[in-house]
Design a protein around this ligand. Sequence first.
Ligand SMILES: *[C@@H]1O[C@H](CO)[C@@H](O)[C@H](O)[C@H]1NC(C)=O
Ligand SMILES: *[C@@H]1O[C@H](CO)[C@@H](O)[C@H](O)[C@H]1NC(C)=O
Length: 634
Amino acid sequence: MSRATQRKALAASVLFSLLSCSNAFYLPGAAPHDYRKGEEVKLFVNALTPMLASNDHAKLRSLINYDYYNPSFHFCEPEGGPKSEPESLGSILFGDRIFNSPYDIKMLEQNTTCQTLCRQDVPAEDAKFINDRIKEDYALNWLVDGLPAAEMKVDKKTGDIFYDMGFNLGDDEDEFIDNPALNNHYEIVLKYHSPSPDVYRVVGVLVWPSSLGDNQDDPADCDATNVKHLQLDGNSTNRVRYSYRVTWSESDTPWATRWDNYLHIFDPRIHWFSLINSIVIVVFLCVMVSMILLRTVSRDITHYNNIDLSEDIQEDYGWKLVHGEVFRTPQHPMILSVLVGNGAQLCAMVGVTLVFALLGFLSPSNRGSLATVMMICWTLFGAVGGYISSRIYASMGGTDKRKNSFLTATILPTIVFGVVFLLDLFLLSAGSSGAVPFGTILLIVVLWFGISAPLSAIGSYFGSKHGAITHPVRVNPIPRQIPPTPRYLQPWAAALLAGILPFGAAFVELYFVLSSLFASRAYYAFGFLALTAGVVALTTATVSILFTYFILCAEEYRWHWRAFLAGGGSAFWLFAYGVFYWASRLSLGSFSSVVLYMGYLLLLCLFDFLITGTIGFVAAYWAVRKLYSAIRVD
Ligand SMILES: *[C@@H]1O[C@H](CO)[C@@H](O)[C@H](O)[C@H]1NC(C)=O
Ligand SMILES: *[C@@H]1O[C@H](CO)[C@@H](O)[C@H](O)[C@H]1NC(C)=O
């Protein structure tokens, strides 16, 4: 085997193992907790989230989280009232609200003992509230030793057994459609592994909830069969008895791989299909570009240079005609450079986060680590944003450096902050726990305006010190007339057309990303995600270069904004897809949920627009410089 083939084979095998392993590959977050027999095993409760039922036609009915100890639920509280657990920034932002609980669990003790936790009186008003939440498929989220409590399910397509995080608050299927049943008994199965004598580790948490509707003042009988279900009456006060039973079951899953069952990838074939789809699009594009563009451009260049040599009277045509115009200052250079600077900052953030995710640093046992890493990267890359924005601004002939630096540092955080703040108000009015607490908001303000903005200013300083990028051709003093351009090259038409390809390369993977964002489906296929992101970047760059070439050939020299729009075109399709997802997979009952969904979708589209627009602009800038350095201009 030659060196080159060897290298290729190595690369292919590394790629393959990255892709196939990244679902199961992660660094364990913290050291394992070794329990002794009889040691207390704490059970924590997290916010209740709406769950996507597992049948294929299920729709998500709400987007709002509720605190476990929301007074309307009347769950049993620990002595002295619930206490919240410290959490990471990302974990709070993504809606975790973790509290302690009154469940009394000790390692290997009280095996299969039926225990009554407490009895609660639920008034009519709250009974209605609970019934509504059951109808919206809310799920309880518990944590034991960092592991989420799950229901064991079978993937219908592959037959694999996996753990589906969360379990139902109640049952509203079939006979309970009108009057749902509340689950008031929990069968908790704790799987433990014993690496050495008298050392025990928790490696799995399963919960089977059920509804026991016998006389609630009797002691609980966990083995009760044929008892009716507990249905809350919305007309009177209801007595509810909560009970549970813990079963300790030995497992040979070692601690290091205890997350594998949770990180189940539904139908991995779809991810492969998506990847192949993307690659086909890229290959198609690359072939098109190299065939058409390179050949015509090189012919053009020889042609132009020959004409000049022979002093022919024949006129220039096509893109060469506008050589005196291409580097003319575009309209609104300030806004454009601020957009590009912020886009570059986001690009850097996404790139580094994906690398972290690929290397397995974002372990699921470290809750919210993905969001935390993103926030920190975004803050630190303020310098990148400032630098690029000021250099682009100078290259386009801008002079108001201070204003540029100021706007780059503040405008995007302010917009994002404003939107999130508005959404927060909606969440608060809906009584949801998903609203970001005041302390966290303060921390974000400090991160963004206290660290990111000064870094951006430093970046701007160095950017303006390095100054403008030199251009290969001079700008004519008098602007040329622009002939009418064909309709498909008009800026918005071009943006929509150009956006199709990058969107087409990503839309299958996008479905999973949206599901994980909105339907709290776990997403760990980072290998696929990273490759898809790479393909999207490449496609966006190529498409944008192609469009820029076409408009220059049409003697339309105002390419700066058009290149940005052509790059960012995929954001429009993303929005359309988001609306389609809403129509097909969500059936949001409350107005607040709809506002929430639209708000997050718009933010997502804004980020996508900035990122892909920047990629398109930078690629086109590079191509235009290359193109005009190749010709001779007298
Ligand atoms: C509650 O009261 C309403 C109106 O009085 C009645 O129609 C309904 O049947 C009652 N529900 C139950 C479960 O008793
Ligand atoms: C707990 O009880 C179950 C069912 O009886 C049994 O299979 C299991 O081995 C018991 N576990 C311990 C630690 O005794």
